[in-house]
Each structure stands twice: as structure tokens, then as C-alpha cells.
Design a protein around this ligand. Structure first.
Ligand SMILES: Cc1ncc(COP(=O)(O)O)c(C=O)c1O
Length: 364
């Protein structure tokens, strides 16, 4: 075993130094003083009313178009429970977020992955699948995708929406990284392009911290009411204590400066990741995102992620396998690099070790 410092390119977690602990200590006291009883009591499963109103105003929708829950992942689980019957067809990008694939499988959906390119799903591939069968919904992560880092172009967003209209299926837009844009121009959300066919999901996990377990969904009020019933039958009401504190933090205007702090912390980490890839692995096929948490690399022909992973572990470099992100196989050479929780020095060192490992695997 190497005596070098361990470096983890495994999970897409926020940097612990990004958590605004001092603000939260102060805000929590104020939240308990003002809303203590409501925070401690059961309440509507749709969520803490004042928070839903704040979110609605922020997002430019009506409060009845907002559902909050204990993280966005569980809201997606409720959606599957409401919409899917065993055997139903769902499209995702391929690769996509591995936990989404796990949940879809748990609901016994048939998952078809649409190949993802650096500017969004392959449209010809999507059209070819649609000629064969129409899904209940198409789940996409259009901004700084997990795991690839890719962002869907405006033209592809519009084409996906046109196809959803033409073939009559729902779009599930998962956008937890959207606000973490370090440079470049924002594209419109699918929700603004097609509000009646899109459910937009986002989360405070990457903006404030996973510990508040605050996710939200925007969509048609009727459907959200049905999801709230599923939520009520699951946990009665979501975590009002954490959500009440998050509300007070938002009400004080602390979200915009927090987003600016996150960009200032993470942009140099993204730059360090891309610079290290150029320096140590100049022939690597890597995505070059403008934001978010992930860069991904396709390893050279014949070099498998599973083999590199084993070699990297001997250098105290921990990597995640790429296979779990591909719903229908593939991904043998795919590697996701979550860089946000590492310092620029650790990123440089980690990619140096990765390049060393790849050279070793190629030599054998
Ligand atoms: C695309 C995507 N969706 C959902 C989640 C989960 O978010 P939450 O913590 O709000 O459940 C993540 C977390 O990594 C994610 O990357």
C-alpha cells in the first residue's frame, strides 16, 4: 500500500468548507423563535408553507406549483410510485445519475439510455427510439450533468421539447447543479420551454448542504398534490426543522452570496482539474464543463476503468467504477472525476497518479 495521502475521486459531495455553519447557527435560533411551534409540529406534506412561497417567488411560479421534500431523490421516488407500473418504459441519458437508475429498477421500469454527447442527448438516437416506442417520461440532467459534466445546448433542448410534444411524453428535468455556472451562458430550462410537460427538480444539497435534506419539484399543481399524498403516506410531513431553518436563511437573502462563494471556491478547482488533464493526460478524451461538480474522462482504447481503479487504489487514489452510470451496458472506459471537495493541489496530485496508473495499465 502506498504511503501517499489518500485522494478520493469517488462521490460528488460538496466541500465541507463551503457549509455556512456560523450563519446557520444564528439563523436556526431566529427560526425557532419565529416559527418554533410550526417547525416542531406535523404540517402539510407539500412542505413548510413559508418556504414554498419563498421558492415559488424565487422560481417565478405559483406556490401550488412547488412541492418540497427530504431531498430531491426521494421526490423522484414518489414520482415513480405515482406514475410507473412495472414494465413501463423510461428514457434516461446514458450515462446518467446511478441512483436514478437504481430507483427506476426498483420500480421495475424498463430503462432505455439515449447516448449522451458533450452537448446533450444524441437526437438521432432519441428519434430512432421514439419510432420504436414512447416512454412514460424522459429523465434528463441538462446542466453540468452527473456523471459526465455535459450541458445540453439550447438547440437540443428545443428539439427534445418538440419531440416530447409530438410523441406526448413527460420530461423530468433534474437540475441540482444549474446555478453553479462558473463561466459561459445559461441555456433556458426545459421547464420554461415546456412548463406543461416538464417536472423540474432541484435541491439545496449542492447550494447549502446535503444535511438540510431539502429538495423541491416544480410542476402542475394537480400532479404535485398526488405526489404530496404519496409523501404523506410515507413520512406524514417532511423535515420541517431543517426546512424552517433553510427558509429563514433564504428569507435573509443569504442564498445569492452563498452561490457567489461556491463559484469562487469551485471555479479554480474545475480549472485545476482541466489543467491537470492537459498536463498529465494530453491525449485523454475529457469533457470541458463550464460549471457543476464533474469532469469525465473516456480512457484510451483497451484501458478499462475497472483495471485502472485497482491500480489507482495501490497509489491511494480512490476512483468510482463507471459501469453503474450506464443503464444498458457500456461505460467500460468511463471515469467520473468529482473535483469540488478536493483542493487544487490534491486535484493535480490525483490526476498525476491517475495518469501514472493509465501508463502502467497500457504498458501491460
Ligand atoms: C443529478 C442528481 N439528482 C439528485 C441528487 C440527489 O439530491 P438530493 O440530495 O437533493 O436528494 C444528486 C446528488 O448527487 C444528483 O447528482
Amino acid at each position: 500500500m502506498s504511503d501517499r495521502q489518500p485522494i478520493n475521486f469517488t462521490r460528488g459531495v460538496p466541500a465541507i468548507e463551503s457549509f455556512p455553519i456560523d450563519e446557520l447557527i444564528e439563523v436556526a435560533t431566529a427560526a425557532f423563535k419565529q416559527h418554533g411551534a410550526a417547525m416542531m409540529q406535523y404540517g402539510p406534506a407539500l412542505g413548510f408553507a413559508a418556504l414554498r412561497e419563498w421558492l415559488a417567488q424565487w422560481q417565478g411560479v405559483q406556490p401550488n406549483q412547488v412541492l418540497t421534500g427530504n431531498g430531491s431523490l426521494e421526490l423522484f421516488d414518489f414520482l415513480c410510485l405515482q406514475l410507473l407500473q412495472p414494465g413501463d418504459l423510461v428514457f434516461t441519458e446514458s450515462p446518467t445519475y446511478d441512483r436514478t437508475i437504481t430507483l427506476l429498477r426498483r420500480h421495475r421500469a424498463t430503462v432505455v439510455g439515449i447516448p449522451l454527447e458533450s452537448d446533450g442527448p444524441n437526437i438521432a438516437g432519441l428519434e430512432a427510439e421514439l419510432k420504436k416506442h414512447v416512454p412514460k417520461f424522459f429523465y434528463l440532467i441538462p446542466d453540468f450533468q452527473n456523471p459526465s459534466g455535459a450541458t445540453c445546448s439550447g438547440a437540443k433542448r428545443r428539439r427534445v421539447v418538440e419531440l416530447a410534444e409530438q410523441y406526448n411524453f413527460t420530461l423530468i428535468e433534474d437540475a441540482p447543479y444549474r446555478l453553479l455556472r462558473y463561466h459561459g451562458r445559461e441555456e433556458p430550462t426545459l421547464f420554461t420551454l415546456a412548463p406543461h410537460r416538464t417536472l423540474h427538480m432541484s435541491s439545496f444539497t449542492k447550494l447549502l448542504g446535503p444535511g438540510v435534506r431539502l429538495g423541491f419539484m416544480l410542476g402542475e399543481a394537480d400532479l404535485l398534490l398526488k405526489l404530496a399524498k404519496v409523501a404523506e403516506d410515507t413520512y406524514i410531513s417532511p423535515g420541517y426543522v431543517a426546512h424552517g431553518i433553510a427558509y429563514e436563511w433564504c428569507r435573509r437573502g443569504l442564498l445569492p452570496p452563498q452561490i457567489e462563494k461556491l463559484k469562487a471556491l469551485y471555479a479554480p478547482r474545475l480549472a485545476a482539474c482541466l489543467a491537470a488533464i492537459d498536463k498529465y493526460m494530453p491525449d485523454a478524451q475529457a469533457t470541458r464543463p463550464d460549471g457543476g461538480f464533474f469532469v469525465s474522462v473516456t480512457l484510451p482504447a483497451g484501458v478499462l476503468t475497472t483495471t485502472v481503479r485497482a491500480g489507482a487504489a495501490k497509489r491511494n487514489l480512490n476512483l468510482a467504477d463507471g459501469l453503474a452510470f450506464f443503464p444498458n451496458g457500456g461505460g467500460e472506459r468511463f471515469l467520473r472525476l468529482p473535483y469540488c471537495a478536493l483542493t487544487p493541489e490534491q486535484i493535480d496530485e490525483g490526476i498525476g497518479r491517475l495518469a501514472e496508473t493509465v501508463r502502467e495499465v497500457r504498458a501491460h
